[in-house]
Design a protein around this ligand. Structure first.
Ligand SMILES: [Zn+2]
Length: 438
């Protein structure tokens, strides 16, 4: 990896975060996009690295709006290796370690950048605090402001709120009530923080909507959210992070062949860049983490229907995976890789490929106030992914990664592949010779 003074990608299809802006040239220097020219092509400045973008598409760096990093730097490296330049972590501790990992990710160009909720809000004796005795809980509305203030002091970037009675884990536990969730949402708003509610049933989605939470994550599997819900969510300016990549493992699909996540293990564009342990976890698959014992009445298609309804009503849909993989505990939802399954699942739910790409770039940047990224425009961070083909026609083209830059620094994907894959990888054929890519 080396910093270059100036890079010009010419003749490339540009997806600017919302739509295809046409073919043209994108120049960046000092970590920032300096020029976007669609026609005519600019003369390359002196001492500029020129990349031929013919047949390629340039995307803003991808944002995964729901992950769990578990303090593992390796997860952030894995994310970046699949074009995810920013991860939004939805629960991590202890607070000092979370803060220092966020700071490290801010400095290191070979890791995905990181924002985190830090510790989440849940009811005393509720999920997941019942198994984590040191986790602070919220005993009632009068405790909400102190809870939010403490997370803010610890450096939390947003507030995660559990609205879950443990039913999906085969338990019956106390959950935060409407008055408490409302008080948490109000306290966060006063303090300038967004709220994200974990909802995994119709009752919890309604409670979160009624309580004024900004963002809902996960979706019910026992039934689809109805049109009235979608209209109210849109009118209230809410956003949703469905985490379909995790949900399709929580309510198994009629045939494993339909499972977008599992198919990643057989797609060489993904599998060749995965550590063996992660590849095996994806190939074998198993139930998702939010639902340990799938109920017979749970259907993944309910989640797809809810996404379609929310999207049609105008609710911003943000791509998030609920990646839970870590070096010491394999999980089939793997940082970086899973986002490519999520994109395909959003298209299956009814978004166009361009809308799915917006859900992983401009939409999460706008919702979470990441004003410096998510869009290809002069002045934005040079977080960029160059892929072969046209993902606005075939969403799986996002997997054909030719190059990744974070803050203008190119990620050495081949060195990463060699590091993470087993000895068998060295016996594989050399990667395809590229045309004029550096
Ligand atoms: Zn999660």
């Amino acid at each position: 990896m080396s910093r270059v003074r100036r890079v010009l990608i010419e003749g490339v299809r540009i997806f600017d975060g919302e739509s295809v802006a046409g073919h043209g040239s994108v120049e960046f220097a000092g970590g920032v996009i300096t020029r976007v020219v669609t026609d005519p092509a600019p003369r390359p400045p002196v001492s500029c690295e020129v990349i031929d973008g013919t047949g390629l598409t340039l995307l803003p760096g991808l944002i995964d709006a729901h992950t769990h990093v578990f303090g593992a730097e390796s997860n952030l490296e894995l994310a970046l290796a699949f074009g995810v330049t920013t991860e939004l972590d939805m629960f991590m501790g202890p607070p000092e370690a979370t803060r220092s990992l966020c700071e490290l990710a801010g400095r290191r160009d070979d890791l995905a950048d990181l924002r985190s909720s830090g510790l989440l809000a849940s009811a005393p004796g509720g999920h997941p605090g019942v198994t984590m005795p040191l986790l602070p809980t919220v005993a009632g509305p009068d405790r909400a402001d102190a809870f939010v203030a403490a997370r803010q002091a610890e450096g939390a970037h947003f507030i995660k709120i559990m609205v879950d009675d443990g039913a999906n884990h085969g338990m019956s536990l106390p959950a935060l009530d409407r008055a408490t969730v409302t008080a948490l949402a109000d306290a966060a708003r006063r303090r300038g923080l967004l709220t994200v509610a974990h909802v995994s049933a119709v009752w919890s989605a309604r409670l979160a909507l009624d309580s004024g939470v900004d963002t809902l994550t996960h979706l019910p599997l026992e039934a689809a959210l109805d049109e009235a819900f979608a209209r109210r969510a849109a009118a209230g300016g809410r956003a949703v992070i469905p985490t379909l990549a995790m949900l399709e493992l929580s309510a198994p699909r009629p045939s494993p062949a339909l499972c977008a996540g599992r198919s990643l293990a057989h797609d060489p564009r993904i599998a060749d860049h995965l550590p063996e342990q992660a590849r095996t976890a994806i190939a074998e698959g198993h139930e998702g983490l939010c639902v340990e014992r799938p109920s017979p009445g749970h259907r993944f298609r309910h989640a797809l229907s809810s996404v379609a309804r929310l999207h049609r009503a105008g609710v911003p849909v943000l791509a998030g995976t609920d990646s839970n993989h870590r070096p010491d505990r394999a999980c089939p939802v793997v940082h970086g890789a899973a986002l490519h399954a999520e994109l395909a699942l959003l298209v299956e739910a009814g978004l166009t490929p361009a809308q799915a790409l917006a859900a992983a770039t401009s939409a999460p940047a706008a919702h979470f106030g990441l004003a410096d990224r998510g869009v290809i425009a002069p002045g934005r961070r040079a977080d960029l992914v160059l892929v072969a083909g046209d993902p606005t026609e075939d969403i799986t083209a996002t997997r054909s990664i030719e190059a990744i830059w974070r803050s203008g620094v190119r990620f050495d994907r081949e060195a990463h592949r060699r590091r993470v894959t087993s000895g068998a990888a060295t016996e594989r054929a050399a990667p395809r010779t590229k045309r004029r890519t550096p």
